[in-house]
Write a protein that binds this ligand. Structure first.
Ligand code: NAG
Ligand code: NAG
Ligand code: NAG
Ligand code: NAG
Ligand code: NAG
Ligand code: NAG
Ligand code: NAG
Ligand code: NAG
Ligand code: NAG
Length: 507
Protein backbone atom coordinates (compact mmCIF):
# COMPACT_ATOMS: atom_id res chain seq x y z
CA UNK A 1 0.00 0.00 0.00
CA UNK A 2 2.78 2.30 0.92
CA UNK A 3 4.34 2.04 -2.52
CA UNK A 4 1.11 2.95 -4.21
CA UNK A 5 0.57 6.00 -2.05
CA UNK A 6 4.05 7.28 -2.79
CA UNK A 7 3.46 6.80 -6.48
CA UNK A 8 0.19 8.70 -6.38
CA UNK A 9 1.97 11.62 -4.77
CA UNK A 10 4.66 11.38 -7.39
CA UNK A 11 2.16 11.59 -10.20
CA UNK A 12 0.28 14.49 -8.67
CA UNK A 13 3.38 16.51 -8.00
CA UNK A 14 5.34 15.90 -11.13
CA UNK A 15 2.82 15.61 -13.92
CA UNK A 16 -0.20 17.68 -14.69
CA UNK A 17 -1.91 14.82 -16.43
CA UNK A 18 -4.57 12.92 -14.52
CA UNK A 19 -3.77 9.30 -14.18
CA UNK A 20 -6.62 7.80 -12.26
CA UNK A 21 -6.90 4.31 -13.62
CA UNK A 22 -3.40 3.23 -14.55
CA UNK A 23 -1.85 1.14 -11.83
CA UNK A 24 1.86 1.57 -11.52
CA UNK A 25 3.40 -0.93 -13.91
CA UNK A 26 5.66 -3.66 -12.63
CA UNK A 27 8.38 -1.95 -14.65
CA UNK A 28 10.28 -3.35 -17.58
CA UNK A 29 13.27 -3.84 -15.31
CA UNK A 30 11.56 -6.46 -13.20
CA UNK A 31 9.91 -7.97 -16.24
CA UNK A 32 13.11 -8.31 -18.23
CA UNK A 33 14.93 -9.61 -15.15
CA UNK A 34 12.37 -12.38 -15.10
CA UNK A 35 12.33 -13.09 -18.84
CA UNK A 36 16.04 -13.41 -19.45
CA UNK A 37 16.17 -10.75 -22.19
CA UNK A 38 17.70 -7.71 -20.48
CA UNK A 39 16.03 -4.50 -21.62
CA UNK A 40 18.14 -1.38 -21.85
CA UNK A 41 18.16 2.18 -23.10
CA UNK A 42 20.51 4.86 -24.34
CA UNK A 43 20.99 7.54 -21.69
CA UNK A 44 22.42 11.05 -21.48
CA UNK A 45 24.81 11.26 -18.58
CA UNK A 46 24.08 14.90 -17.80
CA UNK A 47 20.36 14.18 -17.58
CA UNK A 48 21.05 11.48 -15.00
CA UNK A 49 23.63 13.59 -13.22
CA UNK A 50 21.48 16.68 -13.00
CA UNK A 51 18.32 14.71 -12.16
CA UNK A 52 16.45 16.58 -14.88
CA UNK A 53 12.65 16.87 -14.87
CA UNK A 54 12.42 16.58 -11.09
CA UNK A 55 14.19 13.23 -11.17
CA UNK A 56 11.70 11.62 -13.52
CA UNK A 57 14.45 10.88 -16.04
CA UNK A 58 16.65 8.97 -13.60
CA UNK A 59 13.69 7.29 -11.86
CA UNK A 60 12.42 5.91 -15.14
CA UNK A 61 15.84 4.58 -16.06
CA UNK A 62 16.12 2.83 -12.70
CA UNK A 63 12.59 1.45 -12.83
CA UNK A 64 12.72 0.09 -16.33
CA UNK A 65 16.19 -0.87 -17.38
CA UNK A 66 18.97 -3.24 -16.42
CA UNK A 67 21.51 -1.92 -18.89
CA UNK A 68 22.30 1.41 -20.49
CA UNK A 69 24.48 2.81 -23.23
CA UNK A 70 25.79 6.36 -23.31
CA UNK A 71 24.24 8.17 -26.26
CA UNK A 72 27.49 10.10 -26.82
CA UNK A 73 29.68 9.96 -23.73
CA UNK A 74 31.88 7.01 -24.67
CA UNK A 75 32.39 8.05 -28.28
CA UNK A 76 35.86 9.16 -29.30
CA UNK A 77 34.61 12.64 -30.16
CA UNK A 78 33.73 13.08 -26.48
CA UNK A 79 36.75 11.35 -24.95
CA UNK A 80 39.71 11.87 -27.31
CA UNK A 81 40.69 15.52 -27.39
CA UNK A 82 44.23 15.09 -28.80
CA UNK A 83 47.16 12.70 -28.75
CA UNK A 84 47.34 11.52 -25.11
CA UNK A 85 44.63 14.01 -24.10
CA UNK A 86 41.48 12.42 -22.77
CA UNK A 87 38.28 13.60 -21.12
CA UNK A 88 36.84 10.87 -18.94
CA UNK A 89 34.55 13.12 -16.97
CA UNK A 90 31.26 11.43 -17.97
CA UNK A 91 32.55 7.90 -18.36
CA UNK A 92 34.25 8.03 -14.95
CA UNK A 93 31.04 9.28 -13.40
CA UNK A 94 29.34 6.20 -14.83
CA UNK A 95 32.00 3.64 -13.99
CA UNK A 96 34.46 5.03 -11.44
CA UNK A 97 37.92 6.36 -12.29
CA UNK A 98 40.10 3.56 -10.91
CA UNK A 99 39.91 -0.20 -11.12
CA UNK A 100 38.67 -0.38 -7.54
CA UNK A 101 36.14 2.49 -7.54
CA UNK A 102 32.55 2.43 -8.70
CA UNK A 103 30.22 4.85 -10.43
CA UNK A 104 26.52 5.27 -11.06
CA UNK A 105 26.39 2.02 -13.06
CA UNK A 106 27.60 -0.27 -10.29
CA UNK A 107 25.82 1.68 -7.57
CA UNK A 108 22.52 1.12 -9.38
CA UNK A 109 23.11 -2.52 -10.31
CA UNK A 110 23.18 -1.62 -14.01
CA UNK A 111 25.42 -2.75 -16.81
CA UNK A 112 26.91 -0.53 -19.51
CA UNK A 113 27.43 -1.22 -23.22
CA UNK A 114 30.55 0.56 -24.41
CA UNK A 115 29.62 2.55 -27.52
CA UNK A 116 31.85 2.94 -29.48
CA UNK A 117 35.60 2.74 -30.10
CA UNK A 118 35.72 3.56 -33.83
CA UNK A 119 32.88 5.27 -35.68
CA UNK A 120 34.05 4.75 -39.24
CA UNK A 121 32.66 8.03 -40.55
CA UNK A 122 34.71 11.25 -40.90
CA UNK A 123 31.83 13.25 -39.50
CA UNK A 124 32.26 11.45 -36.18
CA UNK A 125 36.03 11.03 -36.05
CA UNK A 126 37.72 13.60 -33.77
CA UNK A 127 38.38 16.78 -35.77
CA UNK A 128 41.98 17.10 -34.71
CA UNK A 129 42.79 13.80 -36.46
CA UNK A 130 41.15 14.88 -39.70
CA UNK A 131 42.87 18.28 -39.55
CA UNK A 132 46.32 16.68 -39.19
CA UNK A 133 45.60 13.94 -41.69
CA UNK A 134 48.28 14.90 -44.24
CA UNK A 135 51.01 14.75 -41.60
CA UNK A 136 49.92 11.40 -40.08
CA UNK A 137 51.60 8.34 -41.62
CA UNK A 138 49.95 4.93 -41.71
CA UNK A 139 52.27 3.69 -38.98
CA UNK A 140 51.43 6.73 -36.84
CA UNK A 141 47.72 6.16 -37.42
CA UNK A 142 48.03 2.56 -36.26
CA UNK A 143 49.90 3.67 -33.15
CA UNK A 144 47.26 6.31 -32.38
CA UNK A 145 44.48 3.73 -32.78
CA UNK A 146 46.34 1.39 -30.47
CA UNK A 147 46.92 4.11 -27.86
CA UNK A 148 43.30 5.15 -27.84
CA UNK A 149 41.77 1.67 -27.64
CA UNK A 150 44.24 0.38 -25.05
CA UNK A 151 43.70 3.49 -22.92
CA UNK A 152 39.91 3.50 -22.98
CA UNK A 153 39.21 -0.23 -22.87
CA UNK A 154 42.00 -0.67 -20.33
CA UNK A 155 40.65 2.05 -18.06
CA UNK A 156 37.32 0.25 -17.74
CA UNK A 157 38.65 -3.29 -17.92
CA UNK A 158 36.31 -5.65 -16.12
CA UNK A 159 33.62 -2.97 -15.84
CA UNK A 160 32.15 -3.03 -19.35
CA UNK A 161 30.85 -6.40 -20.57
CA UNK A 162 30.38 -5.40 -24.24
CA UNK A 163 32.12 -2.88 -26.47
CA UNK A 164 31.05 -1.76 -29.92
CA UNK A 165 34.49 -1.85 -31.49
CA UNK A 166 33.40 -0.63 -34.91
CA UNK A 167 30.31 1.43 -35.66
CA UNK A 168 28.76 1.81 -39.13
CA UNK A 169 31.70 0.92 -41.36
CA UNK A 170 29.72 -0.26 -44.40
CA UNK A 171 28.64 2.46 -46.82
CA UNK A 172 25.06 2.72 -48.08
CA UNK A 173 26.15 3.92 -51.51
CA UNK A 174 28.06 1.59 -53.79
CA UNK A 175 31.78 2.18 -53.94
CA UNK A 176 34.79 0.13 -54.98
CA UNK A 177 36.26 -0.40 -51.48
CA UNK A 178 36.55 -3.91 -50.04
CA UNK A 179 33.24 -4.86 -48.34
CA UNK A 180 31.96 -1.50 -49.61
CA UNK A 181 33.61 0.11 -46.58
CA UNK A 182 32.97 3.78 -46.01
CA UNK A 183 35.75 6.15 -47.00
CA UNK A 184 37.01 7.51 -43.67
CA UNK A 185 40.24 8.57 -41.99
CA UNK A 186 41.05 5.09 -40.69
CA UNK A 187 40.27 3.44 -44.00
CA UNK A 188 42.41 5.92 -45.92
CA UNK A 189 45.34 5.29 -43.56
CA UNK A 190 45.06 1.54 -43.00
CA UNK A 191 42.61 0.06 -45.52
CA UNK A 192 40.22 -2.61 -44.19
CA UNK A 193 42.91 -3.68 -41.72
CA UNK A 194 41.87 -0.84 -39.42
CA UNK A 195 38.94 -3.05 -38.43
CA UNK A 196 41.22 -5.99 -37.65
CA UNK A 197 43.52 -3.78 -35.63
CA UNK A 198 40.67 -2.25 -33.63
CA UNK A 199 39.28 -5.65 -32.61
CA UNK A 200 42.78 -6.91 -31.80
CA UNK A 201 43.65 -3.91 -29.62
CA UNK A 202 40.34 -4.14 -27.76
CA UNK A 203 40.88 -7.84 -27.08
CA UNK A 204 44.41 -7.14 -25.81
CA UNK A 205 43.15 -4.41 -23.50
CA UNK A 206 40.42 -6.59 -21.94
CA UNK A 207 40.40 -10.26 -22.96
CA UNK A 208 37.05 -10.85 -21.24
CA UNK A 209 35.02 -8.16 -22.96
CA UNK A 210 32.60 -9.17 -25.73
CA UNK A 211 33.44 -7.32 -28.92
CA UNK A 212 30.70 -6.15 -31.27
CA UNK A 213 30.30 -4.71 -34.72
CA UNK A 214 27.32 -2.27 -34.66
CA UNK A 215 25.41 -1.15 -37.76
CA UNK A 216 22.08 0.14 -39.08
CA UNK A 217 20.10 -1.31 -41.97
CA UNK A 218 21.33 -4.86 -41.38
CA UNK A 219 18.42 -6.09 -39.31
CA UNK A 220 16.87 -7.51 -42.50
CA UNK A 221 18.34 -9.42 -45.43
CA UNK A 222 19.82 -6.84 -47.78
CA UNK A 223 22.86 -6.05 -49.90
CA UNK A 224 24.29 -4.13 -46.94
CA UNK A 225 23.73 -7.12 -44.67
CA UNK A 226 25.61 -9.36 -47.11
CA UNK A 227 28.49 -6.92 -47.18
CA UNK A 228 28.60 -6.78 -43.38
CA UNK A 229 28.56 -10.59 -43.21
CA UNK A 230 31.40 -10.81 -45.73
CA UNK A 231 33.37 -8.41 -43.59
CA UNK A 232 32.69 -10.46 -40.44
CA UNK A 233 33.54 -13.75 -42.21
CA UNK A 234 36.81 -12.21 -43.35
CA UNK A 235 37.64 -11.05 -39.80
CA UNK A 236 36.85 -14.48 -38.36
CA UNK A 237 38.94 -16.17 -41.07
CA UNK A 238 41.85 -13.98 -39.94
CA UNK A 239 41.47 -15.26 -36.37
CA UNK A 240 39.99 -12.01 -35.06
CA UNK A 241 37.75 -12.19 -31.98
CA UNK A 242 34.35 -10.92 -33.07
CA UNK A 243 31.68 -11.99 -30.59
CA UNK A 244 28.56 -10.21 -31.67
CA UNK A 245 26.67 -7.93 -34.01
CA UNK A 246 24.70 -4.89 -32.89
CA UNK A 247 21.57 -4.53 -34.98
CA UNK A 248 20.47 -0.93 -34.55
CA UNK A 249 16.82 -1.20 -35.61
CA UNK A 250 16.05 2.45 -36.30
CA UNK A 251 12.74 1.89 -38.03
CA UNK A 252 9.29 3.39 -38.51
CA UNK A 253 5.77 2.05 -38.01
CA UNK A 254 5.50 0.74 -41.56
CA UNK A 255 7.90 -2.11 -40.71
CA UNK A 256 6.33 -5.51 -40.11
CA UNK A 257 8.25 -8.20 -38.27
CA UNK A 258 6.94 -11.77 -38.46
CA UNK A 259 8.55 -15.17 -37.90
CA UNK A 260 10.44 -16.38 -40.95
CA UNK A 261 10.58 -12.99 -42.64
CA UNK A 262 13.67 -11.08 -43.78
CA UNK A 263 14.35 -9.95 -40.19
CA UNK A 264 14.29 -13.48 -38.82
CA UNK A 265 16.39 -14.65 -41.78
CA UNK A 266 19.00 -11.99 -41.10
CA UNK A 267 19.21 -12.96 -37.41
CA UNK A 268 19.39 -16.64 -38.39
CA UNK A 269 22.50 -15.88 -40.48
CA UNK A 270 24.15 -14.66 -37.27
CA UNK A 271 22.98 -17.69 -35.31
CA UNK A 272 24.37 -19.95 -38.06
CA UNK A 273 27.77 -18.29 -37.50
CA UNK A 274 27.44 -18.80 -33.73
CA UNK A 275 27.54 -15.04 -33.24
CA UNK A 276 25.75 -13.24 -30.43
CA UNK A 277 23.65 -10.26 -31.33
CA UNK A 278 21.66 -7.47 -29.70
CA UNK A 279 18.97 -5.07 -30.73
CA UNK A 280 21.05 -2.00 -29.87
CA UNK A 281 19.25 1.20 -30.85
CA UNK A 282 15.58 0.44 -31.36
CA UNK A 283 13.15 3.25 -32.07
CA UNK A 284 9.95 3.13 -34.08
CA UNK A 285 9.10 6.56 -35.43
CA UNK A 286 5.74 7.88 -36.61
CA UNK A 287 4.91 10.94 -38.70
CA UNK A 288 4.40 13.91 -36.39
CA UNK A 289 3.26 17.48 -36.38
CA UNK A 290 4.22 19.69 -33.43
CA UNK A 291 5.74 16.62 -31.81
CA UNK A 292 2.48 14.64 -31.85
CA UNK A 293 1.49 11.81 -34.19
CA UNK A 294 -0.43 13.03 -37.23
CA UNK A 295 -2.41 9.81 -37.04
CA UNK A 296 -3.00 8.75 -33.41
CA UNK A 297 -3.71 5.23 -34.67
CA UNK A 298 0.01 5.01 -35.47
CA UNK A 299 0.72 4.63 -31.74
CA UNK A 300 -1.30 1.41 -31.71
CA UNK A 301 0.62 0.15 -34.72
CA UNK A 302 3.85 1.23 -33.06
CA UNK A 303 3.00 -0.79 -29.94
CA UNK A 304 2.50 -3.89 -32.06
CA UNK A 305 5.83 -3.29 -33.81
CA UNK A 306 7.60 -3.05 -30.44
CA UNK A 307 5.83 -6.22 -29.40
CA UNK A 308 6.88 -8.08 -32.53
CA UNK A 309 10.53 -7.10 -32.09
CA UNK A 310 10.54 -8.22 -28.49
CA UNK A 311 9.00 -11.52 -29.61
CA UNK A 312 11.80 -11.83 -32.15
CA UNK A 313 14.42 -11.17 -29.43
CA UNK A 314 12.81 -13.84 -27.23
CA UNK A 315 12.65 -16.27 -30.16
CA UNK A 316 16.42 -15.87 -30.60
CA UNK A 317 17.11 -15.72 -26.85
CA UNK A 318 19.97 -18.25 -27.10
CA UNK A 319 21.94 -15.67 -29.15
CA UNK A 320 20.15 -12.35 -28.58
CA UNK A 321 21.79 -10.93 -25.47
CA UNK A 322 19.72 -7.76 -24.95
CA UNK A 323 17.28 -5.29 -26.41
CA UNK A 324 18.02 -1.58 -26.05
CA UNK A 325 15.99 1.36 -27.24
CA UNK A 326 17.70 4.56 -28.31
CA UNK A 327 16.37 6.63 -25.44
CA UNK A 328 13.12 5.89 -23.62
CA UNK A 329 11.04 9.10 -23.58
CA UNK A 330 9.86 11.08 -26.59
CA UNK A 331 11.03 14.13 -24.68
CA UNK A 332 14.64 13.28 -25.56
CA UNK A 333 15.08 11.55 -28.89
CA UNK A 334 17.32 12.18 -31.87
CA UNK A 335 14.53 11.57 -34.38
CA UNK A 336 12.71 14.96 -34.43
CA UNK A 337 15.77 17.07 -35.20
CA UNK A 338 17.20 14.43 -37.55
CA UNK A 339 13.94 14.37 -39.54
CA UNK A 340 13.39 18.13 -39.46
CA UNK A 341 10.46 17.54 -37.10
CA UNK A 342 8.51 15.45 -39.57
CA UNK A 343 8.88 12.29 -37.47
CA UNK A 344 9.16 11.42 -33.79
CA UNK A 345 7.17 9.90 -30.89
CA UNK A 346 9.38 6.85 -31.42
CA UNK A 347 9.93 5.62 -27.85
CA UNK A 348 7.94 3.66 -25.23
CA UNK A 349 7.25 6.64 -22.90
CA UNK A 350 5.70 9.88 -24.13
CA UNK A 351 7.22 13.28 -23.57
CA UNK A 352 5.56 13.48 -20.11
CA UNK A 353 7.14 10.13 -19.20
CA UNK A 354 3.80 8.35 -19.33
CA UNK A 355 3.80 4.78 -20.65
CA UNK A 356 2.53 4.48 -24.22
CA UNK A 357 0.85 1.49 -25.84
CA UNK A 358 4.37 0.33 -26.84
CA UNK A 359 5.41 0.19 -23.19
CA UNK A 360 2.41 -1.90 -22.18
CA UNK A 361 2.96 -4.23 -25.11
CA UNK A 362 6.56 -4.83 -24.08
CA UNK A 363 5.61 -5.39 -20.48
CA UNK A 364 2.84 -7.74 -21.49
CA UNK A 365 5.11 -9.82 -23.73
CA UNK A 366 7.64 -10.13 -20.94
CA UNK A 367 5.21 -10.95 -18.17
CA UNK A 368 2.01 -12.42 -19.62
CA UNK A 369 3.37 -15.89 -19.95
CA UNK A 370 0.49 -17.94 -18.53
CA UNK A 371 -2.98 -18.50 -19.94
CA UNK A 372 -5.72 -17.49 -17.51
CA UNK A 373 -7.41 -20.54 -16.04
CA UNK A 374 -7.85 -22.89 -13.10
CA UNK A 375 -4.56 -24.42 -11.96
CA UNK A 376 -3.06 -26.79 -9.43
CA UNK A 377 0.36 -25.74 -8.08
CA UNK A 378 2.95 -28.34 -7.06
CA UNK A 379 6.49 -27.71 -5.89
CA UNK A 380 8.94 -29.23 -8.35
CA UNK A 381 10.61 -30.94 -5.39
CA UNK A 382 7.29 -32.49 -4.25
CA UNK A 383 5.21 -33.04 -7.34
CA UNK A 384 2.78 -35.32 -5.46
CA UNK A 385 1.71 -32.38 -3.29
CA UNK A 386 -0.15 -29.17 -4.01
CA UNK A 387 -0.61 -25.70 -2.59
CA UNK A 388 -3.99 -25.07 -0.98
CA UNK A 389 -5.93 -22.95 1.46
CA UNK A 390 -8.06 -24.15 4.33
CA UNK A 391 -11.31 -25.83 3.45
CA UNK A 392 -14.10 -23.23 3.35
CA UNK A 393 -12.66 -21.41 6.35
CA UNK A 394 -11.57 -17.82 6.71
CA UNK A 395 -8.14 -18.88 7.87
CA UNK A 396 -5.39 -17.12 6.00
CA UNK A 397 -3.09 -20.16 6.02
CA UNK A 398 -1.71 -21.79 2.94
CA UNK A 399 -0.13 -25.21 3.12
CA UNK A 400 0.87 -28.24 1.08
CA UNK A 401 -1.64 -31.07 0.67
CA UNK A 402 -1.07 -34.62 -0.54
CA UNK A 403 -2.57 -36.02 -3.72
CA UNK A 404 -5.08 -36.35 -5.23
CA UNK A 405 -5.46 -32.57 -4.80
CA UNK A 406 -8.84 -32.45 -6.45
CA UNK A 407 -10.78 -30.32 -3.99
CA UNK A 408 -11.73 -26.72 -4.66
CA UNK A 409 -9.50 -25.36 -1.90
CA UNK A 410 -6.52 -26.98 -3.66
CA UNK A 411 -7.16 -25.13 -6.94
CA UNK A 412 -6.48 -21.58 -7.98
CA UNK A 413 -8.20 -19.37 -10.55
CA UNK A 414 -5.27 -17.45 -12.00
CA UNK A 415 -6.03 -14.24 -13.91
CA UNK A 416 -3.91 -11.56 -15.54
CA UNK A 417 -4.21 -8.14 -13.86
CA UNK A 418 -2.87 -6.11 -16.77
CA UNK A 419 0.07 -4.62 -14.85
CA UNK A 420 2.57 -7.41 -15.31
CA UNK A 421 1.12 -9.51 -12.50
CA UNK A 422 -1.53 -12.15 -11.81
CA UNK A 423 -4.11 -12.84 -9.14
CA UNK A 424 -4.42 -16.30 -7.55
CA UNK A 425 -8.02 -16.74 -6.45
CA UNK A 426 -8.65 -19.83 -4.32
CA UNK A 427 -11.68 -21.85 -5.32
CA UNK A 428 -12.48 -22.42 -1.64
CA UNK A 429 -15.87 -21.07 -0.69
CA UNK A 430 -14.39 -17.87 0.74
CA UNK A 431 -12.82 -16.46 -2.41
CA UNK A 432 -9.46 -15.78 -0.87
CA UNK A 433 -6.49 -14.68 -2.92
CA UNK A 434 -2.82 -15.46 -2.41
CA UNK A 435 -0.99 -12.60 -0.70
CA UNK A 436 2.63 -11.84 0.10
CA UNK A 437 3.40 -10.30 3.49
CA UNK A 438 6.64 -8.87 4.83
CA UNK A 439 8.26 -9.74 1.55
CA UNK A 440 11.65 -8.34 2.46
CA UNK A 441 11.94 -10.19 5.78
CA UNK A 442 14.45 -13.08 5.76
CA UNK A 443 11.52 -15.36 5.12
CA UNK A 444 8.50 -13.45 3.87
CA UNK A 445 5.03 -14.81 4.56
CA UNK A 446 2.56 -16.28 2.10
CA UNK A 447 -1.09 -16.11 3.18
CA UNK A 448 -4.51 -15.59 1.73
CA UNK A 449 -6.70 -12.52 2.10
CA UNK A 450 -9.95 -11.15 0.74
CA UNK A 451 -9.36 -9.63 -2.70
CA UNK A 452 -8.85 -5.88 -2.38
CA UNK A 453 -6.64 -5.14 -5.40
CA UNK A 454 -3.78 -4.66 -2.97
CA UNK A 455 -0.26 -4.56 -4.34
CA UNK A 456 0.61 -7.55 -2.13
CA UNK A 457 -1.97 -9.64 -4.00
CA UNK A 458 -0.15 -9.41 -7.33
CA UNK A 459 2.30 -12.11 -8.46
CA UNK A 460 4.58 -12.36 -11.47
CA UNK A 461 5.87 -15.46 -13.24
CA UNK A 462 9.20 -16.42 -14.62
CA UNK A 463 9.08 -19.46 -16.93
CA UNK A 464 11.65 -22.19 -16.27
CA UNK A 465 10.32 -24.70 -18.76
CA UNK A 466 6.98 -26.03 -20.00
CA UNK A 467 4.54 -25.73 -17.05
CA UNK A 468 7.46 -24.89 -14.73
CA UNK A 469 7.57 -21.41 -13.17
CA UNK A 470 9.05 -19.30 -10.47
CA UNK A 471 6.39 -17.29 -8.67
CA UNK A 472 7.47 -13.81 -7.72
CA UNK A 473 5.72 -11.35 -5.37
CA UNK A 474 5.04 -8.03 -7.06
CA UNK A 475 6.42 -6.19 -4.04
CA UNK A 476 9.82 -7.94 -4.25
CA UNK A 477 10.40 -9.12 -7.79
CA UNK A 478 13.92 -10.40 -7.06
CA UNK A 479 12.53 -12.96 -4.56
CA UNK A 480 10.38 -16.05 -5.01
CA UNK A 481 7.74 -18.17 -3.32
CA UNK A 482 9.36 -21.33 -2.05
CA UNK A 483 8.99 -24.44 0.04
CA UNK A 484 11.29 -24.35 3.05
CA UNK A 485 11.86 -26.61 6.05
CA UNK A 486 10.17 -29.50 4.21
CA UNK A 487 6.64 -28.22 4.11
CA UNK A 488 6.44 -24.51 4.96
CA UNK A 489 5.70 -21.90 2.29
CA UNK A 490 7.49 -18.56 2.28
CA UNK A 491 9.29 -15.92 0.25
CA UNK A 492 13.06 -16.00 0.04
CA UNK A 493 15.87 -14.83 -2.19
CA UNK A 494 16.09 -16.59 -5.49
CA UNK A 495 18.85 -19.24 -5.47
CA UNK A 496 17.88 -21.59 -8.33
CA UNK A 497 16.92 -24.47 -6.02
CA UNK A 498 14.17 -26.75 -7.25
CA UNK A 499 12.13 -25.92 -4.12
CA UNK A 500 11.64 -22.55 -5.78
CA UNK A 501 10.07 -23.95 -8.93
CA UNK A 502 6.37 -24.68 -9.22
CA UNK A 503 4.60 -26.98 -11.64
CA UNK A 504 1.39 -25.38 -12.85
CA UNK A 505 -1.17 -27.82 -14.20
CA UNK A 506 -4.39 -26.57 -15.70
CA UNK A 507 -7.32 -28.53 -14.22
C1 NAG B 1 32.53 17.21 -15.26
O1 NAG B 1 31.22 17.43 -15.76
C2 NAG B 1 30.36 18.03 -14.82
C3 NAG B 1 28.97 18.02 -15.39
O2 NAG B 1 28.95 18.48 -16.70
C4 NAG B 1 30.88 19.44 -14.52
O3 NAG B 1 30.05 20.05 -13.58
C5 NAG B 1 32.29 19.32 -13.98
O4 NAG B 1 32.83 20.60 -13.80
C6 NAG B 1 33.17 18.54 -14.91
N1 NAG B 1 34.45 18.29 -14.27
C7 NAG B 1 35.59 18.50 -14.90
C8 NAG B 1 36.84 18.20 -14.11
O5 NAG B 1 35.64 18.90 -16.05
C1 NAG C 1 39.58 9.68 -9.12
O1 NAG C 1 38.62 10.51 -8.50
C2 NAG C 1 38.98 10.89 -7.20
C3 NAG C 1 37.80 11.60 -6.56
O2 NAG C 1 37.18 12.45 -7.47
C4 NAG C 1 40.23 11.75 -7.26
O3 NAG C 1 40.61 12.14 -5.98
C5 NAG C 1 41.35 10.93 -7.93
O4 NAG C 1 42.48 11.73 -8.11
C6 NAG C 1 40.91 10.38 -9.26
N1 NAG C 1 41.89 9.43 -9.74
C7 NAG C 1 42.25 9.36 -11.03
C8 NAG C 1 43.23 8.28 -11.37
O5 NAG C 1 41.79 10.10 -11.87
C1 NAG D 1 42.76 1.68 -5.88
O1 NAG D 1 43.48 1.65 -7.10
C2 NAG D 1 44.51 2.63 -7.18
C3 NAG D 1 45.13 2.54 -8.56
O2 NAG D 1 44.22 2.08 -9.50
C4 NAG D 1 45.52 2.40 -6.09
O3 NAG D 1 46.48 3.44 -6.13
C5 NAG D 1 44.85 2.42 -4.73
O4 NAG D 1 45.75 2.06 -3.73
C6 NAG D 1 43.68 1.44 -4.70
N1 NAG D 1 42.95 1.59 -3.46
C7 NAG D 1 42.54 0.56 -2.76
C8 NAG D 1 41.76 0.88 -1.53
O5 NAG D 1 42.77 -0.59 -3.09
C1 NAG E 1 24.78 -1.24 -55.90
O1 NAG E 1 25.32 -2.37 -56.56
C2 NAG E 1 24.46 -3.48 -56.64
C3 NAG E 1 25.18 -4.61 -57.32
O2 NAG E 1 26.33 -4.91 -56.59
C4 NAG E 1 23.20 -3.12 -57.40
O3 NAG E 1 22.30 -4.21 -57.39
C5 NAG E 1 22.55 -1.93 -56.74
O4 NAG E 1 21.44 -1.50 -57.50
C6 NAG E 1 23.52 -0.79 -56.59
N1 NAG E 1 22.89 0.26 -55.81
C7 NAG E 1 22.92 1.53 -56.16
C8 NAG E 1 22.25 2.48 -55.21
O5 NAG E 1 23.44 1.90 -57.17
C1 NAG F 1 12.46 21.94 -42.40
O1 NAG F 1 11.09 22.23 -42.22
C2 NAG F 1 10.78 23.61 -42.39
C3 NAG F 1 9.33 23.80 -41.97
O2 NAG F 1 8.51 22.79 -42.53
C4 NAG F 1 11.06 24.01 -43.83
O3 NAG F 1 10.79 25.37 -43.98
C5 NAG F 1 12.52 23.73 -44.14
O4 NAG F 1 12.80 23.99 -45.49
C6 NAG F 1 12.87 22.28 -43.81
N1 NAG F 1 14.28 22.12 -43.95
C7 NAG F 1 14.83 21.07 -44.53
C8 NAG F 1 16.33 21.02 -44.53
O5 NAG F 1 14.17 20.18 -45.00
C1 NAG G 1 -15.70 -15.61 6.32
O1 NAG G 1 -15.73 -14.17 6.25
C2 NAG G 1 -16.85 -13.70 5.54
C3 NAG G 1 -16.67 -12.19 5.35
O2 NAG G 1 -16.01 -11.64 6.43
C4 NAG G 1 -18.11 -14.07 6.25
O3 NAG G 1 -19.24 -13.61 5.50
C5 NAG G 1 -18.20 -15.58 6.36
O4 NAG G 1 -19.29 -15.95 7.12
C6 NAG G 1 -16.94 -16.14 7.02
N1 NAG G 1 -16.95 -17.59 6.90
C7 NAG G 1 -16.65 -18.39 7.91
C8 NAG G 1 -16.72 -19.86 7.62
O5 NAG G 1 -16.28 -17.97 8.96
C1 NAG H 1 -12.01 -17.19 -12.62
O1 NAG H 1 -11.84 -15.79 -12.53
C2 NAG H 1 -12.36 -15.11 -13.64
C3 NAG H 1 -11.99 -13.65 -13.50
O2 NAG H 1 -12.40 -13.14 -12.27
C4 NAG H 1 -13.84 -15.33 -13.72
O3 NAG H 1 -14.37 -14.67 -14.86
C5 NAG H 1 -14.13 -16.81 -13.82
O4 NAG H 1 -15.52 -17.03 -13.79
C6 NAG H 1 -13.46 -17.54 -12.69
N1 NAG H 1 -13.63 -18.96 -12.89
C7 NAG H 1 -14.05 -19.75 -11.92
C8 NAG H 1 -14.20 -21.19 -12.28
O5 NAG H 1 -14.29 -19.32 -10.80
C1 NAG I 1 5.09 -8.29 9.27
O1 NAG I 1 4.13 -7.31 8.91
C2 NAG I 1 3.28 -6.92 9.96
C3 NAG I 1 2.24 -5.98 9.41
O2 NAG I 1 2.18 -6.03 8.02
C4 NAG I 1 4.12 -6.28 11.04
O3 NAG I 1 3.28 -5.94 12.11
C5 NAG I 1 5.17 -7.26 11.49
O4 NAG I 1 6.03 -6.63 12.43
C6 NAG I 1 5.98 -7.75 10.35
N1 NAG I 1 6.87 -8.78 10.80
C7 NAG I 1 8.14 -8.79 10.48
C8 NAG I 1 8.91 -9.95 10.98
O5 NAG I 1 8.66 -7.94 9.75
C1 NAG J 1 13.68 -24.23 9.77
O1 NAG J 1 14.16 -25.33 10.47
C2 NAG J 1 15.32 -25.11 11.22
C3 NAG J 1 15.78 -26.42 11.80
O2 NAG J 1 14.71 -27.08 12.34
C4 NAG J 1 15.06 -24.07 12.29
O3 NAG J 1 16.24 -23.80 13.00
C5 NAG J 1 14.58 -22.82 11.64
O4 NAG J 1 14.21 -21.88 12.60
C6 NAG J 1 13.40 -23.10 10.74
N1 NAG J 1 13.08 -21.90 10.03
C7 NAG J 1 11.96 -21.30 10.20
C8 NAG J 1 11.81 -20.04 9.48
O5 NAG J 1 11.08 -21.75 10.90
Amino acid sequence: MKIRIILLVWYVVFTDVTLCTAQHPLGLRAASFLSGIPIGTAIRVNSLRQSVDYGQYVDNVKNNYVLVVGENELKSQSIWLGENIYNFNSSDWLLGNTSNSTGWIQQNLMQLRGHNLVWANDQWIPNWLIEQESSISSAKAKQLLSDYIHTVVGRYRGKIPWWDVINEAVDDNNNTNPFNLRDCFWFRKLGPDFIKYAFTFAHEADPDVKLYYNEYGIEYVSLKTDRMLNLIDWLISQGINVHGIGLQWHIDVSVKVTPGDVHYQSAQQLVDRKLDFMVTELDVSVRTIGGYPINPQDLQTQGLVYRSILEYALYFSSNCRALLTWGFTDRYSWIPSFSNHTRGAALPLDWMYLPKFAYWQMQEILTRILVDGIYRLSPQSKSNQCLGTSLNANSSDVQLYNEPCQDAHQKWNITWLGDGTYRFLSLNAQNHVLSARNTTATIGEVQTSIWSDDIEQGWAFSAQGPHLFRIVPRTAWWRVMTVYNTSSIGIINFDRMSEQNWILTQV
